[in-house]
Ligand binder design. Structure first.
Ligand code: MG
Length: 247
């Protein structure tokens, strides 16, 4: 069952998303060469608490940190560490908050300093693919319209869509139904309805879509170690079209 949110639920989810977007903007402004991924995690933690929310990922299925920080070939679920951010890196930050029992989820990929043209294009295409997917998150469409719009754009630009990880419903839980693949999956696809809230999150690789899991049990890297980018918004489907809650 895909949970539908009431107007009252949506009001608190909007506040949750606004806090997350506010925190993310400040974190983005502080990313630079020379800091570590652990520094980023500490800043995320501090800012979430300062805004009267709770980190949603810390302790989730045993995840040890507030933020997932994934650099270059790391796709998702990078564990913050003493790894130093270098000029030319692309750094994906995935962050979730719980505000009064309502979850929101967001990711951005930040180019650090002067980044080569191929990596820059990867980041721009991934960001644009999320925008295109969100445009399809409207009544009259099915979930697969979101997936199809992301995949067709990304592949036309010469990149590949990660298959092992997908977006998800969100609200009173961090992960709810439905799963939201960023690629076409044959078979029935649920119709989009007023009150659905979706975390749409394309993960796009420069080379092969295939990923491997590192020995830490969390961090996914590209099989060919080519770079990967990730953007995510929490989006409500309403009678007036998609509403981005994390903006
Ligand atoms: Mg997510």
């Amino acid at each position: 069952m895909i949970p539908l949110k009431s107007q009252k639920d949506l009001e608190v989810l909007k506040q949750s998303g606004a806090i997350l977007a506010h925190v993310m903007r400040q974190v983005e402004q502080n990313i630079r060469a020379g800091i570590t991924t652990l520094d980023i995690d500490r800043l995320c933690h501090e800012l979430i608490l300062k805004n009267n929310a709770q980190p949603a990922f810390k302790g989730y299925k045993g995840f040890p940190a507030t933020a997932c920080v994934s650099v270059n070939e790391e796709v998702v679920h990078g564990i913050p560490s003493p790894r130093v951010i270098l000029e030319g890196d692309i750094v994906s930050i995935d962050l979730g908050v719980n505000y009064k029992g309502y979850f929101s989820d967001m990711a951005v990929t930040v180019p650090v300093g002067s980044v080569g043209p191929a990596k820059r294009k990867l980041v721009e295409v991934t960001k644009k693919s999320l925008e295109l997917g969100i445009k399809q998150a409207r009544l009259g469409n099915s979930l697969s319209d979101i997936s199809h719009s992301i995949q067709s754009f990304v592949e036309a630009e010469g990149f590949q869509v990660v298959r092992q990880f997908v977006g998800h419903g969100i609200g009173k839980e961090l992960h709810e139904e439905p799963e939201i693949p960023n690629f076409y999956k044959p078979g029935a696809s649920p119709a989009l309805k007023n009150g659905m809230v979706l975390a749409i999150e394309p993960m796009i690789n420069m080379g092969t879509w295939e990923c491997l899991l590192l020995d830490n049990g969390w961090t996914a890297v590209t099989k060919d170690r080519a770079p990967s980018a990730h953007f995510e918004h929490t989006v409500a489907i309403t009678n007036n079209g998609p509403v981005i809650l994390t903006q």
